[in-house]
Design a protein. Structure first.
Lengths: 297, 271
């Protein structure tokens, strides 16, 4: 009979993540029910102010807007990623295509955002071309707009959707499509009724890997947006670093955490047969790591 | 030579689904265009976006006139390797424990080994920032290190756990039967077997650490600039074409890393 050394092996990890993950999250929960201190910090006095502030019309508007922007960006991303992943899976040059997707994906996130600042700026690439060809008299305002935020969000998170879709479609048996065609289905019918139901898992995974980070986006709206395109992430950062309102920062962070968690629960419900839990969690996490684990975000 | 998967593709390719070809080409073009624009401008003689002639002066300036950048780079490397090593050690042991034994906190280990990966980065950054402020720890390289170990741990745990799933426990039993003690079994049998998982965990951790901006931004203090933080300040407060040159070198570095790994890229994406 071997001794049970599970706690010994996992001990350091339990200790580390309890101190640096669980406790900070609990502190956030606690802070959200305290009163704001005069000079930053908190006063040890119970209060619902921070939660009431989440319900103000201004913040509801920002939340709704963040949700809508995340939805639109995610849908555009998936609309591009689905045919791309499909074509990559069917191609004879899979490795080359993967390389072409992974190199931009591995390139530093801020440099990819910066590239768009160069392209869209007032003296940037696009305006330079437009001015030289005489199509416009003075440069257009392309950067620091809502459109720029959407474009760059789609750009940054495209590989997060392409990679899980590619890997799911790659495992799909394409002869099923031919069978459908032989039985009289049109190409579109074969795709919609045979391919899509079979790659549902990949589609849900791609949706979440795009939606969750976009819903928590901070750097992209800050760098290529303006005050009107600020998202929840920017409000959280401003409350923490500028207003120094810790309880409000905490309640806003929990709001984002709730939406994220609900998204994950819906995914698990939709994706899985009745019998699943730890395994499905692990599979989703594995996909997420594959998309994430090479330095994106 | 007959290869079923190739035959399958050829068979379908009679029936070209042109829509997907067009979207795929446009999407990949869209992904690459910004990188090409940066590369072109890095050789522009002028500071502005107008092309005035070929020059390599921004590369010279990058190497000889940017000491702050290289200091930030050094900080990034130290933190990446340090946090990667610590996360790999702790995460590997955790994964071995969770795979081999049933214990009371196993469910908790699996949850904390999963949740930090899916919460938006800003939540981790903000909660750690408040935590460090709460316990009075001064923000700096040390807090960045602590934060990086924390967000890297779940990735190592996941990658090593995947390896442990394929683990053949009979060799552990054999080691015990042959008289090996727990430490010998761990170091001579278990660890060498799961080494590929440990290495990919470590490399993933190093990459994530080198790349991270959002979490680092919230837990950094004065004087603790990492490369992404330096790039951020360059982008936000005064763009110099030096950053174009830096981008090109970093993209080239990525490509050089990806090309020898190209045979594994598929496993990587499929994992």
């Amino acid at each position: 009979m071997k001794r049970n050394l599970g706690n010994l092996y996992a001990g350091p990890m339990i200790l580390w993540l309890t101190v640096f993950f669980t406790v900070p999250l609990l502190i956030i929960v606690g802070f959200s029910f305290l009163r704001k201190g005069l000079y930053g910090g908190v006063e040890w006095q119970a209060s619902l102010d921070a939660w009431k502030a989440v319900g103000t019309p201004n913040l509801v508007a920002v939340t709704v807007k963040t949700f809508v922007v995340s939805m639109v960006a995610t849908v555009i991303t998936l609309a591009l990623a689905l045919p791309t992943g499909y074509r990559m899976a069917r191609s004879k040059r899979q490795v080359l295509l993967l390389l072409l997707v992974i190199v931009p994906f591995w390139t530093n996130f801020l440099l990819r955002v910066f590239a768009w600042m160069v392209i869209l700026g007032n003296n940037g690439f696009v305006n330079d071309i437009l001015l030289r060809t005489g199509l416009v008299k003075s440069s257009l305002r392309l950067l620091n707009t809502q459109g720029a935020v959407l474009l760059v969000l789609v750009y940054v998170y495209l590989p997060y959707a392409i990679l899980p879709l590619f890997s799911t479609i790659d495992k799909f048996d394409f002869t099923l499509l031919e069978a459908a065609r032989d039985l009289g289905a049109s190409k579109l019918q074969a795709i919609v009724r045979v391919l899509l139901p079979n790659i549902k898992g990949g589609i849900f995974a791609a949706f979440l890997f795009t939606f969750i980070p976009i819903f928590g986006a901070y750097a992209v709206p800050l760098l290529v947006g303006d005050m009107n395109s600020y998202m929840l992430g920017n409000f959280i950062a401003d409350q923490l670093t500028k207003a120094r309102n810790l309880p409000f920062t905490a309640s806003l962070s929990l709001l984002v955490t709730f939406v994220t968690t609900i998204g994950i629960l819906i995914l698990m419900r939709l994706q899985a047969a009745p019998e699943r839990s730890a395994e499905a969690d692990a599979a989703i996490a594995a996909d997420y790591a594959a998309a994430n684990g090479n330095g994106g975000r | 030579m007959y290869r079923p998967e190739v035959m399958k593709r050829i068979a379908w390719n009679r029936d070209v689904f042109t829509f997907s070809r067009i979207v795929c080409a446009l999407t990949i073009g869209f992904l690459l265009l910004p990188l090409l624009v940066l590369a072109a401008y890095s050789f522009n003689d002028s500071r502005t976006m107008s092309w005035t002639g070929f020059s390599t002066k921004w590369y010279e300036k990058l190497f000889s006139g940017s000491p702050d950048l290289w200091r930030a780079f050094r900080n990034s490397i130290v933190i990446a390797i340090g946090s990667g090593a610590v996360a790999t050690a702790i995460g590997t042991l955790g994964a071995i424990g969770a795979a081999r034994y049933r214990f009371r906190l196993r469910g908790y280990v699996q949850t904390i080994g999963f949740l930090p990966m899916i919460l938006p980065e800003i939540i981790i950054g903000v909660s750690l920032s408040m935590f460090f402020a709460g316990i009075g720890l001064k923000l700096g390289l040390f807090t960045i290190f602590l934060a990086h170990v924390s967000f890297n741990l779940p990735f190592v745990f996941l990658l090593v756990s995947a390896r442990m799933e394929e683990f053949d426990y009979s060799i552990v039993e054999a080691a015990y039967d042959l008289g090996a003690n727990e430490i010998q079994t761990l170091t001579l049998v278990v660890l060498p077997t799961i080494m590929p998982g440990i290495l990919s965990g470590f490399l993933t951790a190093v990459t994530l650490s080198l790349e991270d901006f959002v979490i680092t931004f919230f837990v950094s203090g004065p004087g603790s600039t990492t490369l992404p933080l330096y790039i951020y300040s360059m982008i936000r407060y005064g763009v110099s074409p030096v950053i174009n040159a830096l981008s090109v070198l970093m993209i080239a570095g990525t490509a050089l890393l990806a090309i020898p790994l190209r045979k594994f890229l598929k496993d990587f994406a499929v994992h």
